[in-house]
Design a protein around this ligand. Structure first.
Ligand code: NAD
Length: 495
């Protein structure tokens, strides 16, 4: 059923548009507002308060004030707040899904998938909160007892991108709550509404004032800059592009801030000659088209064995041609718009450059005319030196190239500065182990096109980042280790 304009309006009217500071929704001190657009129509959905440096500092003041008592809360108390947050989001899953479709563009079915995925971080970390253990042991020479405990790292700045508005926030806020850290969350200016609704839900779930503060604004550096210079801030967790991550790491160096960096990707999707080709095409569609290709895990380079490349490409292009690029609120939408005009222009420039360098357009290759920022699902046949293989495409464009040997496939896969996701399609489990051993990526999908999961450590190597989100590792990003050496009164008996 198509979503009615009345339903959209009722939802947008119910979403907070202020800054959440110290448990209160406030107006920006500048008096300015920021418009949030629908990428399927280009129209303004709603205006929100536009935070500046002063508001950011007020948010840090609140986080700093709340840190001491928050760190002392019982793990069970934090676990139950997370669990209540999970349940409230489940109850309002349709609101969250529609809101993401409106501000980001993804089809409703996909947005529902993100609610389920993103919300799992709250459930997962509610469970991790009470099972996060330290160590107690006797030192090797027997003189001391050794106590190792984990403490919250302290007030944390969380910066999220626009592409997964809920999941990128829960993936940081969940473990920060679990560990006992207070936060300043800065969502992306293109998609701040989901974070504002999420923060409201967490207040309802019982999060004490000042623990989670949210400041959205038109100037990211006006918010992050002064916070990162302030010694009360102890950590920055960033998800976004590699150039911005590098800049933040340089800023973080000044105060020796803890950092977690989830950065860009350039995922290879390798199809070996023994792969189940239908399964590979299905996986390719998921790995390429999820989020219209606007995902750090998106398959960016299709490396296909030369003996099966024609068949794979034909089937892949046929599947792409079946996609329906219409507004995500339409029931038959299978491909939403690109997030804004600039991003669509960037994608088209990459395709035009590839064609200029000799790429053959198998299907698509252009913008969809009309309202919004839609781009045609595109398959290109390219040579191994085509410039598009070196860029993060962030759109529904799939360059396919070939290889002759396993060694060549591995070399091609590794020939990038990025190291986030990778995908292998083969029936040979020995090959799965052999190739995984040699490819330099933090994530490997084996005969699987989507592998993100709250229980898994998500993160990259090389210029794709530092640290892991999710899994047992996720909470460690928000803790610091303290070791207490205790003189052992029985040590003399051992001499
Ligand atoms: P971006 O780097 O432009 O922005 C990300 C966030 O950083 C936004 O909130 C933005 O406002 C903020 N920002 C921008 N400039 C800043 C500055 N100078 N100081 C402080 N903050 C600043 O990225 P984007 O376009 O929003 O997202 C797309 C990128 O994110 C892609 O490269 C994608 O691969 C990456 N990404 C990575 C992961 C991951 O887990 N590794 C997940 C999603 C997206």
């Amino acid at each position: 059923m198509t979503v009615t304009p009345e339903r959209e309006k009722a939802l947008l009217d119910s979403v907070p548009t202020g800054l959440l500071i110290d448990g209160e929704w406030r107006d920006a001190s500048s008096g300015k507002t920021l418009d949030v657009h629908d990428p399927a129509t280009g129209k303004v959905l709603v205006s929100i308060q536009d935070a500046n440096s002063e508001d950011a500092m007020a948010a840090l003041d609140a986080a700093d004030r709340a840190q001491k008592s928050w760190a002392l809360t019982a793990p069970r108390e934090r676990a139950e707040i997370l669990r209540r947050g999970f349940e409230l989001i489940q109850e309002r899953a349709e609101d969250f899904a529609l809101l993401m479709t409106l501000e980001m563009g993804k089809p409703l079915a996909e947005a529902r998938g993100e609610v389920a995925y993103g919300n799992e971080f709250l459930r997962w970390f509610s469970e991790e909160t009470v099972r996060h253990y330290g160590r107690y042991f006797t030192s090797p020479e027997g003189k001391n007892k050794m106590l190792v405990q984990h403490k919250p790292v302290g007030p944390s700045l969380l910066i999220t991108p626009w592409n997964f508005p809920l999941a990128m926030a829960t993936r940081k806020v969940g473990p920060a709550i679990a560990a006992g850290c207070t936060m300043v969350l800065k969502p992306a200016k293109l998609t701040p509404l989901t974070s504002l609704l999420f923060a409201q839900v967490m207040q309802e779930a019982g999060l004490p004032k000042g623990v989670l503060n949210v400041v959205a604004g038109s100037s990211a550096s006006a918010i992050s800059g002064p916070l990162m210079k302030d010694r009360r801030l102890r950590k920055v967790s960033f998800t976004g592009s590699t150039p911005v991550g590098v800049r933040l790491m340089k800023d973080a160096a000044e105060n020796v801030l803890r950092t977690s960096m989830e950065l860009g990707g350039n995922a290879p999707f390798i199809v070996f000659e023994d792969a189940d080709l239908d399964a590979a095409v299905e996986g390719a569609m998921a790995a390429k088209l999820r989020n219209m290709g606007e995902a750090c895990t998106a398959a960016n380079r299709f490396l296909v064995h030369e003996s099966v490349a024609d068949e794979f490409t034909k089937k892949f292009a046929a599947a792409m041609e079946k996609l329906k690029p219409v507004r995500g609120t339409e029931p038959d939408s299978t491909l939403g718009p690109i997030v804004d005009e600039g991003a669509r222009e960037d994608i088209h420039a990459l395709v035009t450059e590839a064609v200029g360098a000799g790429a053959e357009v198998v299907t698509g290759g252009d913008k969809v005319p009309g309202d919004g920022y839609f781009y045609q699902p595109t398959v290109l046949k390219v040579e191994n030196d085509c410039p598009i293989l070196g860029q993060e495409i962030f759109g529904p464009v799939a360059p396919v190239t070939t290889f002759a040997t396993e060694e060549e496939a591995i070399d091609l896969a590794n020939s990038t500065e990025y190291g986030l996701a990778s995908y292998l399609y083969t029936r040979d489990y020995n090959r799965m182990f052999r190739v995984s051993e040699q490819i330099e990526f933090g994530l490997v999908g084996f005969n699987a096109g989507v592998i993100s999961n709250a229980s898994a450590p998500f993160g990259g190597v090389k210029q794709s980042g530092l640290g892991r989100e999710g899994g047992a590792e996720g909470i460690e990003e928000y803790t610091t280790v303290q070791y207490i050496g205790i003189a052992d009164p029985y040590a003399a008996k051992r001499d």
